[in-house]
Design a protein around this ligand. Structure first.
Ligand code: 5AD
Length: 472
């Protein structure tokens, strides 16, 4: 049977899509190869959020192909996901050895197309069509993955697409309109995972806080004229007792016996209504962790970005979350160098970071994306200025992060043990409820356990602990 190697670029949604494709192929008899050098099929699941991510995948494919020409003449090559969606056939025009280009609503067709390509029934396949119901196709899991150990944590895709149309962002064009799965469908998948030993579930989507707010519209991958907000009665899951569809979903997942922890990503700050804040206070399995992408601290820039909140509103959400769950871990995404960003705007971002004190933040240098409104805005900033601001902000984020991590020294905290540490296989690693990695000297038998550890020291965005000295 053929073997496949899948390399994933980008976000957790992409990781999840790749896992579903791998599970689908394994179910059809494929084996998973350890590298591109020994695989019959090489698939790159791509990211389009920044130009950098696209170039990395294009370079990788170029290298894999030139290497294969000499040694593996029959190897099959495919691009999946966001760049496949946005560039389509152009990818084959550019790299004629590529056999498959599969868009973001077509992951479930991978096995069928690969069988045809391997069997010589087709020569090339480009499929980037929209497909009704595709939001419900990312379901298969690979719980006994490469590590051959049972998975402790799992990701569950609850929706696809985004209708926010932030002016910098390509995602609405690569992922299509918001389409949500139903609560019973999602809960059934979660139940099955828990029955197989999963203790922590992360609910995934491009904008999870908009879950269930829209009637499934005819899926389209073309830009709409701005955001179409559904009236509560129009959404597939109407408001119930003042609770949004997303909060209702969290409540339903929360009821699953044996499940210990619930996380979600990515939310949008505008979705943090009082019902969601109250859910943090009410639902113990919803861990005290929030990834709240702020993008900028300047109201002027936030408006240009079409983010739909102000600095003051963002700070209010943070205040309410911290009141509901003291100790909540808060992380963010920030874009540096959005068109027209002045020194004063940038300083507002710095001051917001000082005010919030993020545990960590992912910094993105602004990248012009095809057909997005921001790409044609005046005053695109020069690269050196973006680099300089990026370095200043990175230093601040690292300083604040270090301080927040150091505050854990001497404290006892609960972790869920996930497996061997990535950096040092001889040690084990787990995560706190507030989403910090803890490395400790445990053994494989701790895997899947909720364990109390005492934090002894910190590294770069890592805590080191010791279970042995607990209760002393
Ligand atoms: N340039 C730079 N960063 C971007 N992001 C999205 N689009 C762009 C862009 N054009 C960042 C945002 C988002 C994260 C996933 O990627 O910060 O939250």
């Amino acid at each position: 049977m053929p073997s496949v190697y899948i390399k994933t670029y980008g976000c957790q949604m992409n990781e999840r899509d790749s896992e579903a494709v791998a599970a689908q192929l394994v179910a059809k008899g494929y084996s998973l190869a350890a590298s591109e050098h020994v695989a019959d099929v090489v698939l790159l699941n791509t990211c389009s959020v920044r130009d950098n991510a696209e170039q990395t995948a294009l370079n990788k494919m170029t290298n894999v192909i030139s290497d294969a020409r000499k040694q593996r003449p029959n190897q099959i090559f495919g691009f999946l996901g966001c760049m496949a969606q946005s560039r389509g056939k152009e990818l084959i025009d550019r790299l004629p050895d590529v056999d498959l280009v599969l868009g973001t609503q077509k992951f479930h067709r991978a096995a069928e197309y690969l069988n045809d390509l391997l069997g010589g029934k087709r020569n090339k396949v480009v499929d980037t069509e929209a497909e009704q119901g595709s939001e419900g196709t990312i379901k298969e899991h690979l719980l006994n993955g490469a590590a051959k150990d049972k998975a402790v944590t799992a990701f569950v895709s609850i929706m696809q697409g985004c209708n926010q149309y932030c002016t910098f962002c390509i995602v609405p064009y690569t992922r299509g309109e918001e389409r949500s799965r139903t609560i019973p469908d999602i809960v059934a998948e979660c139940r099955q995972l828990v029955a197989q030993g999963v203790k922590e579930i992360t609910l995934l989507g491009q904008i999870v806080t908009s879950y269930g707010r829209r009637r499934p519209v005819t899926p389209s991958l073309s830009p709409s004229d701005g955001e179409r907000v559904a009236k509560p009665s129009e959404g597939i899951v109407p408001l119930k007792d003042g609770k949004s569809a997303f909060v209702q979903l969290i409540e339903a997942v929360h009821e699953i016996e044996g499940l210990e922890r619930i996380r979600f990503t990515s939310p949008h700050p505008k979705g943090y209504g009082d019902d969601l804040v109250a859910a943090y206070a009410r639902l113990p399995k919803l861990v005290e962790s929030a990834h709240l992408p702020v993008q900028s601290g300047s109201d002027r820039v936030l408006k240009l970005m079409h983010r739909g909140y102000t600095r003051a509103r963002y700070l209010e959400i943070i205040r309410k979350l911290r009141a509901a769950r003291p100790g909540i871990g808060i992380t963010s995404d920030i874009i540096v160098g959005f068109p027209g960003e002045t020194e004063a705007d940038f300083e507002e971002t710095l001051s917001l970071c000082r005010e919030v004190e993020f545990d960590n933040a992912y910094l993105f240098k602004y990248s012009q994306r095809k057909d997005t409104p921001a790409a044609s805005m005046p005053d695109q900033l020069p690269e050196p200025l973006i680099e300089e601001r990026h370095a200043r902000l990175l230093e601040l984020i690292n300083t604040i992060g270090k301080r927040r991590y150091e505050a854990f020294i001497g404290r006892q905290t609960q972790i869920l043990v996930e497996g061997p540490s990535r950096r040092n296989e001889a040690r084990m690693a787990g995560r706190t409820r507030c989403n910090k990695i803890v490395v400790f000297g445990g053994s494989a038998r701790h895997r899947g356990e909720l364990l109390d550890v005492k934090i002894t020291r910190v590294g770069s965005f890592t805590l080191y602990g010791d279970p042995a000295i607990v209760n002393l």
